[in-house]
Every structure is written in structure tokens, then in C-alpha cells.
Design a protein around this ligand. Structure first.
Ligand code: R5P
Length: 337
């Protein structure tokens, strides 16, 4: 196994010298994301990028290997958690190894946080995956920074996570994207669970909002009903959801909107997971444009959250809130209550 090169980040005299070196470690596939966050912080803190390699043995086991941190460094693993099953074992191995190697703290930047939707036992004997996964991450990390986790029956991360956590809200950036790209929008939440994101975006965009009714009968079997939209005639529907997974929620909504003869809708989501044929099906169903934040790598228009994540990292690492340089122009964020 060979190290990727340790990338030097340009320093500046405006570093916050109260903060020890912040060493970012991208898990495989997160190199550009980690580099972007580190560069955004480079004038405000002493930052570096360390190597983290994962070897996969023929028998299916994996081995994480970490470039040792400098003594006292604050280690930050960067790993967005779509496709989480393959990523989680190496991630926990890497976190434990960073601690073994002397990191002062070990944080996790996971722009997409997996397993939040299975937040109750829907059928007898099912795992409550959100709670199980929270225990695993909490055992290995000091803190977690994420973007709009799917909080529904679980209202806030500290209900299930015992580490320090911070949630960034993507709504301000999504609303700004809509303002720049869609004239005369009508914000549409495709189901009740999406209403919290749709309402936040609608308020910021100064647009009216409707919420559809959804029934999910299976992974790919989704039914949606649309209210009377005549008083919004001429407006472009902008479907807002937190997650696009199979895409069937948006497909069902797009089909009903087509029947209602609206202008071609736009789809905007926080996390674009795009499982299987999701994107093709969404386009086939009539989406004029699709945009998602960059919490996950995807093939559609990206809404950049890098500077928000950078500020979030600083907030997690600074011992006292407000200690240090002034914040980036930023989206909303808040420590979990
Ligand atoms: C569920 O309540 C979420 O907010 C999303 O609507 C859902 O995860 C989307 O899934 P899919 O793309 O598979 O329909």
C-alpha cells in the first residue's frame, strides 16, 4: 500500500494560533471534499491533509492505514456516508487508529449521514438502524458535523448520538440557487416529511408552498396526490426533498404535476443519492432541471456547501464559541439542542 502524497495547504499569518493543527484525513473518494474544506480554512487555521488508505483483501476484509498525525493534532476524518455499509468498517478502523497514534481529538465530517430514515421499528423484529448506527459512530468519534440529517421521529441528533454534533442547514444555499435559476417558483414538498425543508426554502425564497400527500407501498412503489394548483397557475413547481434515493417519490410527484399541466418542474434536494436508474426516471418523468448540494458526488448541478462545512469544522474545534476569526458568509447552522 502506498501513501497518497500529503498535500501542503498554503498558510497565512491570520491563523488562529489557539487551535492546534487540524489534520484532515479523507476516506477514499473524499479527497476533493477534504481538500476543499482544508483550503477554505487555510487562512484561518493551521491545516494539513493526511493520507488514509484502505486495502481490500481478497477474502473481503479491509485494512485502513493512516499517516500518523503530528503530536496534539486535531484529526478530522472526512467521509460522506452514502453507500455506508462498505464505508463504515474502514472508517471506524481509521478513527480508532488515529486515536491510537496520538490524535488529540478525532472528529467526523459526514456531509450525508446514513441510516437516519429507519428511525423506528416499522415491523416486528426490525432493527432501529438510526440508533444502532449512532452508537457505533459515537463510540469512535469526539464530534460529528453533518448536513440536514433525516430528522423525523428522532427530533435531534443528541437523542441518539452521545458525541458532540452540529447540523448544517442547506436551505439558505438551496433558496439562493432557486432565486438565481427559477423565475416565479412554487415550492412543492412531495410528502409530509419533506415539509420542514420545503417550508424553510419557501420562506427564504419568498415563494408560496404546497405539500403533496405520499403513500409508499414499497421501495419503488410510491403514490402521490396533488392539491388544486389553479391559484398558482403559471408558477414553476420546484420540488424540494432532503434525499433522492430511488427517485420514485419525485417521479410520482412529477407525473401528477404533468397531469396538472404545470410548467416543467425543477427538482432540488439536499442529498442526491441517485440509486440505480433514479436520475433517468426523474428526467423521463419531466424534470426540467435537477440540482442537489454537494454532500454526495452525483451527476447533476451541484450546490456548493464547502465554506459552510469549513466554518462548521472550526466551530467544532474551537474550544469557545466565537473565539477566533470572523465567520464565513454562511448558511444557517446550529448546535443540536
Ligand atoms: C423520505 O421521507 C425522504 O424525505 C425522501 O422523500 C425519500 O427518502 C426519497 O426516497 P426515494 O427517492 O427512494 O423515493
Amino acid at each position: 500500500m502506498r501513501w497518497i502524497s500529503c498535500i501542503a495547504i498554503q498558510a497565512s499569518s491570520t491563523w488562529n494560533h489557539d487551535v492546534s493543527r487540524i489534520a484532515f484525513y479523507p476516506m477514499p473518494g473524499n479527497e476533493a471534499r477534504a481538500k476543499g474544506i482544508a483550503q477554505a480554512l487555510s487562512t484561518r487555521a493551521d491545516v494539513g491533509l493526511g493520507a488514509c488508505a484502505v486495502h481490500h483483501f481478497p477474502d473481503g476484509e479491509s485494512l485502513a492505514q493512516i499517516q500518523p498525525p503530528e503530536p496534539g493534532a486535531q484529526a478530522v476524518l472526512v467521509c460522506t456516508l452514502n453507500q455506508p455499509d462498505a464505508k463504515t468498517v474502514p472508517l471506524l478502523m481509521a478513527a480508532a487508529t488515529l486515536r491510537d497514534l496520538g490524535a488529540a481529538s478525532v472528529g467526523l465530517v459526514a456531509p450525508y449521514l446514513a441510516y437516519m430514515r429507519q428511525d423506528k421499528r416499522f415491523l416486528p423484529g426490525q432493527a432501529i438502524s438510526a440508533r444502532v448506527y449512532a452508537r457505533w459512530l459515537s463510540a469512535h468519534f469526539d464530534w460529528l458535523l453533518t448536513v440536514d440529517p433525516h430528522l423525523h421521529r428522532i427530533r435531534a441528533l443528541p437523542q441518539i448520538y452521545t458525541l458532540r454534533s452540529r447540523v448544517l442547514r442547506a436551505a439558505p444555499r438551496m433558496a439562493a440557487w432557486i432565486a438565481a435559476n427559477v423565475a416565479n417558483p412554487l415550492i412543492v414538498g412531495p410528502d409530509g416529511e419533506s415539509a420542514q425543508w420545503a417550508a424553510d426554502v419557501a420562506g427564504r425564497a419568498g415563494a408560496p408552498m404546497v405539500v403533496l400527500e405520499k403513500t409508499r407501498l414499497g421501495d419503488k412503489d410510491v403514490r402521490v396526490t396533488v392539491p388544486d394548483l389553479r391559484r398558482h397557475a403559471g408558477r414553476t413547481p420546484v420540488l424540494i426533498d432532503d434525499i433522492i434515493s430511488s427517485g420514485r417519490t419525485l417521479v410520482a410527484a412529477l407525473e401528477r404535476l404533468r397531469e396538472a399541466a404545470t410548467p416543467p418542474p425543477v427538482c432540488v434536494a439536499v442529498h442526491g443519492l441517485f440509486a440505480g436508474d433514479a436520475l433517468a426516471a426523474i428526467r423521463e418523468a419531466g424534470a426540467a432541471r435537477v440540482a442537489c448540494t454537494d454532500t454526495v458526488d452525483h451527476p447533476v448541478e451541484a450546490i456548493d456547501l464547502t465554506s459552510d462545512l469549513a466554518q462548521g469544522v472550526l466551530d467544532m474545534i474551537l474550544p469557545v464559541a466565537g473565539h477566533g476569526a470572523p465567520p464565513f458568509p454562511s448558511i444557517g447552522q446550529g448546535a443540536e439542542p
